[in-house]
Ligand binder design. Structure first.
Ligand SMILES: Cc1ncc(COP(=O)(O)O)c(C=O)c1O
Length: 429
């Protein structure tokens, strides 16, 4: 079939009638499917169920330093958990602080405390007239929700297959002292799947911020979440690069085992300079007497080391691959060559980002919903949920089965076609 943009009005009208008939028929099928949730499927959760057996009432509950993990204390984490994260994220152990179950809550805390107390002795943000954050788009809605909730002005930065537009990032960060941070998901980004190139990471590390308390919020949530094991992405280590560039305190790297073991019952960690950790500890010691060390020990006993985690991630990948393939095959087969949408084939992570023609994303999502397929609301991957071009749709293929995905994707591509025909016909009217 030829590209929609090259069709005459008559051809488009005929196509619209055909697509509408197919859509009406689909609507009558009572479909109920969901491609909106970026969660592991039950079969993935089952992979970690044996972790619940590594500790029981007869266990010793003792860490390497003879610490009883059931008791208060060690609020920056047990030694062996620090070691596991240090090996996994390739950084020194004294750069790791192990938290509770959620890296997102660590990020919330970092922003909240910067607001109220300031970072390493600098003016608390709440005392400043203006605080700004850079937000590569499309990005993670919950990052944007954090900065929005504190009244921080968010500036969208376009992203391409190598990462954010670094000319723009440098221009803002190096010249405007109100710019205090930038959200990043450097590997298998949510939702684009983009992997930051070496040049982009080096340019991040080489920033010369106008603000002393500027930090790169490096949310490496998908560091080991490959989907295609033969095509694993490798990115430069932000800690090493910042150190080399003379900016050893400029980054906060976050990660967690949420999508390795159990979302909501995993372990999160922060990687940053020992000086930053000392600053953070000043307030965290007021907040808690210690995170869940029993769960930290359980994770260490289950995985033993980074090799154990990586072997476990191969099992996740084996479950996820057919799901990603089902969606990607459908997109290619049904939309390839029509010039009504584009997507980047992700090599890992949890999402596929789809770009419609301008002004079509909301319509596609609405059509899908009417036909029984729930998608993430269009625009939600932008600050203030404002995707002015109305092109961005996030597909989350991990929860449904491959069979359900094939069906859901058939509905999705039909809705893309229908919305695109409508768009061209409106332009011709
Ligand atoms: C980029 C990113 N960061 C953080 C999270 C949440 O992580 P956690 O469960 O550790 O709070 C998610 C979850 O989808 C995510 O996609």
């Amino acid at each position: 079939m030829k590209a929609y943009g090259k069709m005459s009005k008559e051809e488009l009208l005929a196509l619209q009638a055909e697509l509408q008939a197919r859509y009406d028929k689909l609507k009558g099928e009572g479909i109920q499917l969901d491609m909106s949730r970026g969660k592991p499927g039950t079969d993935q959760l089952d992979l970690s169920a044996p972790m619940l057996d590594v500790l029981n009432s007869k266990s010793a509950f003792k860490g390497v330093n003879n610490i009883d993990v059931r008791n208060y204390g060690l609020m920056d984490g047990i030694d062996e958990a620090k070691e596991l994260f240090a090996e996994l994220m390739e950084c020194p152990k004294d750069h790791v602080m192990v938290y509770g179950n959620s890296s997102l809550s660590v990020m919330y805390d970092l922003i909240s405390k910067a607001m109220v107390h300031g970072i390493c002795g600098s003016t608390p943000w709440c005392k400043l007239d203006k605080v700004k954050f850079l937000c590569p788009v499309p990005g993670y809605d919950r990052h944007f929700a954090i900065t929005e909730s504190f009244g921080i002005e968010m500036i969208s930065i376009p992203i391409d297959e190598n990462g954010p537009d670094m000319d723009l990032v440098e221009q803002y960060v190096n010249n405007d002292p109100a710019v205090k941070g930038i959200w990043n998901i450097p590997k298998y980004s949510n939702p684009t799947g983009v992997v930051y190139s070496d040049e982009v990471v080096r340019r991040f590390a080489g920033l010369r911020p106008a603000a002393d308390d500027f930090r790169i919020y490096w949310d490496n949530a998908y560091a080991v979440h490959h989907v295609y094991m033969e095509d694993k992405a490798q990115i430069l280590n932000i800690a090493d690069e910042c150190e080399k560039a003379g900016n050893p305190h400029m980054y906060y790297e976050l990660c967690s085992t949420s999508k390795i073991t159990f979302p909501g019952a995993g372990v999160a960690a922060l990687i940053t300079s020992p000086e930053n950790i000392a600053d953070i500890k000043k307030t965290v010691t007021i907040q808690t007497i210690g995170y869940d060390k029993v769960n930290q020990l359980r994770h260490v006993m289950f995985f033993k080391n980074a090799a154990g985690v990586n072997a476990h991630m191969e099992k996740h990948a084996a479950i996820l691959r057919p799901k990603f393939d089902a969606v990607l095959d459908c997109l290619e087969k049904e939309l390839g060559g029509l010039e009504i949408g584009s997507w980047i084939k992700p090599r890992g992570g949890y999402f596929i980002a789809f770009e419609t023609l301008e002004g079509c994303a909301k319509r596609v999502v609405a059509l899908c919903r009417e036909a029984g397929v729930v998608m993430t609301p269009a625009g939600s991957t932008y600050p203030y949920k404002r995707d002015d071009a109305d092109t961005s749709i996030r597909i989350a293929p991990t929860c449904p089965t491959p069979k359900e995905l094939t069906k859901a994707c058939a509905v999705f591509v039909l809705c893309v076609k229908l919305a695109s025909v409508e768009k061209y016909l409106t332009k011709m009217a």
